[in-house]
Ligand binder design. Structure first.
Ligand code: M6R
Length: 357
């Protein structure tokens, strides 16, 4: 039930700090050490490459998950959109492990790939919110999201839960290989949960941003570099899905290769700056669009901010920044939809679970 909340989406956004904390406790053993099933760890260690397959928001979580797995566990990862996979199958490595990410565990596009790769004799792990779902039953292994039922069509808490579970899987796999992360992962994940809570308490500011940048616009752009690009893709999906504003996410460096032609006077450009190594270059992209009349809204992370930034996120470990940076984008999309009188929880033409290919 949504209780005192006007919409499930807002309730589910607010549940995110609790979901991250629940995931931490679900994946801890009696000694407070992180744990993953031995079978899954074995499969992770035997694989020479992971193939993440998913749709929509879960695909965007996969893009971020690739960074965790490659940076920490040192396993190469490819991320694929399920609906493209069957007829566009990449040349597979010798020992592939397939990872299906699906909140519902019922997405037909993902299931059809699962059936296909199982027939080929490959192993599959499903990361899902629904125990006993089709994708969970038909895969060899399952990791649960523990996010509780997600009712709103726009996925919010499942996305952050997917990132948290993928980060735990990566950290535990790294440890099993004797790879040192060089920081206290559990502590950093707990800090990220606190940062999400701080952001959820700042809704008035998010509403103001939505009013300032999105109330009358026809379109909006999200730009970022490195992992911020992937978070921008998720922010743009959220915005288009519930507010019907035409929104696109772009890699900052790609602007000059075409997209910048779309910038007009007043075009909102939401730029993410949470990554130190690309901070200067993304700010260069902001200058480029601003010089062509865009209305930039820079969301940066504490420690990287400048005077021109519209919102500064509390500092968290850089690799975990996506868990935190997505929160304002979810809330901005929510308020933009509200301001336009859209049906936030049940956007037009969409179903919560897409059970047809
Ligand atoms: O249940 P799944 O995670 O497999 O669903 C995948 C997509 O249909 C889903 O993430 C969709 O993109 C959301 N409505 C986005 O908010």
């Amino acid at each position: 039930e949504k209780g005192t909340y006007p919409h499930y989406m807002l309730k589910e956004v607010d549940e995110q700090p609790g979901v991250i904390r629940k995931i931490i406790s679900e994946y801890q053993d009696a000694n407070n050490e992180l744990k993953i099933d031995e079978d899954i760890l074995k499969a992770m260690n035997e694989a020479d490459r992971l193939y993440i397959v998913a749709c929509g928001t879960s695909y965007h979580a996969g893009l971020v998950g690739k960074q965790f797995i490659e940076q920490w566990a040192k396993v190469p990862v490819e991320v694929h959109v399920a609906s493209e996979f069957s007829y566009n199958m990449p040349l597979l490595s010798e020992k592939p492990l397939f990872v299906f990410i699906s909140q519902s565990g019922e997405t037909a596009d993902s299931r059809s790939v699962l059936v296909q790769v199982k027939e080929m004799g490959h192993k599959a792990l499903t990361i899902t919110n629904v125990q006993g779902s089709t994708l969970s039953r038909e895969a060899d292994y399952t990791l649960l999201l523990h996010a509780g039922p997600e009712i709103a069509v726009a996925s919010t808490k499942a996305y952050t839960a997917q990132l948290a579970v993928l980060s735990i899987l990566s950290a535990v796999t790294a440890k099993s290989k004797g790879i040192e992360l060089g920081f206290d992962f559990l502590q950093e994940l707990a800090i990220a949960a606190n940062a999400i809570e701080t952001l959820c308490d700042d809704k008035e500011e998010m509403e103001k941003i939505a009013r300032e940048f999105l109330s009358t616009t026809r379109n909006a752009f999200f730009i970022g570099r490195a992992v911020d690009y992937y978070v921008g893709l998720e922010g743009s999906l959220k915005l288009k899905e519930i507010s019907y504003i035409q929104a696109e996410g772009f890699a900052g460096g790609e602007l000059k290769h075409g997209t910048i032609a779309l910038i007009e006077n007043g075009t909102p450009v939401i730029a993410l700056a949470t990554q130190a190594h690309v901070n200067l270059s993304i700010r260069g992209n902001v200058q480029e669009v601003a010089a062509r009349g865009a209305n930039p809204c820079i969301i940066s992370m504490e420690g990287l901010q400048t005077e021109e930034d519209r919102y500064v996120l509390p500092a968290v470990h850089e690799t975990l920044a996506p868990l935190v940076a997505v929160i304002p984008l979810q809330l901005i999309a929510y308020y933009a939809a509200l301001h336009r009188d859209c049906d936030v929880d049940k956007p037009r033409n969409l179903a919560k679970s897409v059970t047809v290919e």
